[in-house]
Design a protein around this ligand. Structure first.
Ligand SMILES: [Zn+2]
Length: 92
Protein backbone atom coordinates (compact mmCIF):
# COMPACT_ATOMS: atom_id res chain seq x y z
CA UNK A 1 0.00 0.00 0.00
CA UNK A 2 1.40 3.34 -0.99
CA UNK A 3 0.50 6.45 0.93
CA UNK A 4 -0.53 9.50 -1.05
CA UNK A 5 2.24 12.05 -1.42
CA UNK A 6 1.85 15.10 0.78
CA UNK A 7 4.53 17.15 -0.89
CA UNK A 8 5.32 18.14 -4.44
CA UNK A 9 8.22 19.88 -6.13
CA UNK A 10 7.46 23.20 -7.77
CA UNK A 11 8.62 23.33 -11.38
CA UNK A 12 9.42 26.99 -11.06
CA UNK A 13 11.24 27.54 -7.79
CA UNK A 14 12.27 23.91 -7.43
CA UNK A 15 11.24 23.73 -3.78
CA UNK A 16 9.42 20.83 -2.17
CA UNK A 17 6.11 22.18 -0.91
CA UNK A 18 2.93 20.93 0.71
CA UNK A 19 0.16 20.00 -1.71
CA UNK A 20 -1.93 22.80 -0.21
CA UNK A 21 0.64 25.20 -1.67
CA UNK A 22 -0.48 24.25 -5.18
CA UNK A 23 -3.60 25.32 -6.98
CA UNK A 24 -5.88 22.64 -8.35
CA UNK A 25 -5.64 21.89 -12.04
CA UNK A 26 -7.78 19.14 -13.47
CA UNK A 27 -5.65 19.15 -16.62
CA UNK A 28 -2.70 17.82 -14.65
CA UNK A 29 -2.18 14.16 -13.88
CA UNK A 30 -2.20 14.60 -10.12
CA UNK A 31 -4.92 17.25 -10.21
CA UNK A 32 -2.57 20.01 -9.13
CA UNK A 33 -0.59 22.69 -10.89
CA UNK A 34 3.07 22.05 -11.60
CA UNK A 35 4.06 25.35 -10.01
CA UNK A 36 3.26 26.56 -6.51
CA UNK A 37 0.77 29.29 -5.61
CA UNK A 38 3.52 31.79 -4.87
CA UNK A 39 5.23 31.26 -8.21
CA UNK A 40 1.91 31.34 -10.00
CA UNK A 41 0.99 34.62 -8.34
CA UNK A 42 4.36 36.04 -9.35
CA UNK A 43 3.76 35.00 -12.93
CA UNK A 44 0.25 36.40 -12.90
CA UNK A 45 1.60 39.72 -11.71
CA UNK A 46 4.30 39.64 -14.34
CA UNK A 47 1.75 38.99 -17.06
CA UNK A 48 -0.62 41.65 -15.84
CA UNK A 49 1.78 44.44 -15.03
CA UNK A 50 4.66 44.37 -17.50
CA UNK A 51 4.31 45.19 -21.20
CA UNK A 52 6.46 42.21 -22.07
CA UNK A 53 4.34 39.91 -19.95
CA UNK A 54 1.16 41.29 -21.47
CA UNK A 55 2.51 40.68 -24.96
CA UNK A 56 3.40 37.10 -24.05
CA UNK A 57 -0.02 36.38 -22.58
CA UNK A 58 -1.80 38.01 -25.53
CA UNK A 59 0.24 35.97 -27.97
CA UNK A 60 -0.42 32.79 -26.01
CA UNK A 61 -4.13 33.52 -25.96
CA UNK A 62 -4.22 34.22 -29.69
CA UNK A 63 -2.42 30.97 -30.32
CA UNK A 64 -4.90 29.16 -28.11
CA UNK A 65 -7.83 30.76 -29.93
CA UNK A 66 -6.67 29.12 -33.12
CA UNK A 67 -6.80 25.64 -31.64
CA UNK A 68 -9.65 23.16 -31.83
CA UNK A 69 -9.63 22.96 -28.06
CA UNK A 70 -10.63 26.62 -27.84
CA UNK A 71 -13.35 26.20 -30.45
CA UNK A 72 -14.69 23.16 -28.66
CA UNK A 73 -14.79 24.91 -25.30
CA UNK A 74 -16.50 27.90 -26.89
CA UNK A 75 -19.02 25.62 -28.51
CA UNK A 76 -19.68 23.90 -25.20
CA UNK A 77 -20.16 27.26 -23.51
CA UNK A 78 -22.63 28.28 -26.17
CA UNK A 79 -24.60 25.07 -25.85
CA UNK A 80 -24.65 25.43 -22.08
CA UNK A 81 -25.88 29.01 -22.33
CA UNK A 82 -28.63 28.06 -24.76
CA UNK A 83 -29.71 25.16 -22.55
CA UNK A 84 -29.84 27.47 -19.55
CA UNK A 85 -32.05 29.91 -21.36
CA UNK A 86 -34.31 27.10 -22.46
CA UNK A 87 -33.46 27.31 -26.13
CA UNK A 88 -33.80 31.05 -26.34
CA UNK A 89 -32.62 32.04 -29.81
CA UNK A 90 -30.17 34.85 -29.49
CA UNK A 91 -27.85 35.94 -32.27
CA UNK A 92 -24.29 35.76 -31.02
ZN1 LIG B 1 7.29 27.70 -6.66
Amino acid sequence: MTSAPVEKRCNKCGLLKKLSEFHKNSACKDGLHTICKICKAKWGEYYRTTPKGKAVSTRAHEKYRKTDKYRESKQREKVKRVQKKGGDAQSA
